[in-house]
Design a protein around this ligand. Structure first.
Ligand code: BTN
Length: 246
């Protein structure tokens, strides 16, 4: 298997995604992994903050793709699978479950967050900044949803962030290669095996409305199929989903 892209490690940075964006906007196409022991302004989805203290992993892959934007967004499922496989190596096979679109949960609590940012390059391709935050040692407190850390569920200590990144980057490269050569189907299949909440009651909080129904699965492009209470089918492409949670 091809080795993963090079890693550039900082002790402290504002946000590895912000650094990837700065580089992309200066013309850098990567691929490169950017990581930092501490993020002072880590960012999460939907404008939320993401705290990274020493012992946790914050890493962003800057890469370029020929795929159109809707297809390129599928990279977040590649990232979720890689992170779940990192969790397998620490916690045991299958302990980590995936929640649409790309959260990784341990016993129902979020342990990994993924934020993909993108933009147009002068050569017509897209740059992607695939940011992955893994709560290896600490679960942040005072967040709006319960969070977990790998260390809480391991017999010993959680791996050092750079060692964890080595595993993550290798698993990411394997799934990215499958996606690039075989399309989204194998990624969607593997994601579905690990998905939580399929076949269950689901509330989808979208930017402008909330829908309730049953989550049926992934559409071929990664949208979540939600069978509404009135029987109609809705494709969820953005927002947060909740399964039997408060
Ligand atoms: C989420 O809200 O679930 C997404 C969190 C993404 C956090 C990661 S940590 C590495 C990268 N740098 C950032 O500033 N954010 C992402």
């Amino acid at each position: 298997m091809a080795s993963h892209p090079p890693v550039e490690a900082y002790d402290e940075i504002d946000s590895t995604n912000a650094e990837a964006r700065r580089r992309a906007e200066a013309g850098d196409a990567g691929p490169i992994w950017i990581t930092a022991a501490v993020q002072t302004a880590g960012r999460g989805r939907r404008g939320r903050a993401w705290s990274t203290n020493r012992g946790n992993l914050a890493a962003t892959l800057l890469m370029a793709t020929d795929a159109p934007p809707v297809e390129a967004a599928q990279i977040s499922f590649v990232a979720a699978l890689a992170a779940a496989e990192l969790a397998d190596t620490c916690l045991g096979e299958g302990v980590a479950r995936l929640k649409w679109p790309n959260d990784v949960l341990i016993h129902g609590k979020k342990a990994v967050g993924i934020l993909v940012e993108s933009g147009a390059r002068p050569d017509g391709r897209l740059w992607l900044a695939v940011g992955i935050g893994v709560n290896l040692a600490h679960a942040p407190q005072n967040v709006d949803r319960p969070a977990a850390a790998f260390a809480e569920h391991m017999g010993g200590r959680a791996p050092e962030p750079l060692a964890a990144l080595e595993v993550l980057a290798n698993r990411f490269e394997a799934w990215r290669h499958a996606w690039a050569t075989q399309g989204f189907a194998p990624v969607a299949r593997a994601w579905t095996v690990r998905a939580m909440g399929l076949g269950q009651a689901c509330e989808a909080r979208l930017p402008n409305r909330t829908l309730t129904g049953v989550a049926e699965g992934l559409d071929p492009d990664g949208a979540l199929r939600l069978r509404l209470d009135d029987g109609t089918l809705e494709r969820i492409t953005a927002g947060d989903v909740f399964f039997g949670e408060a």
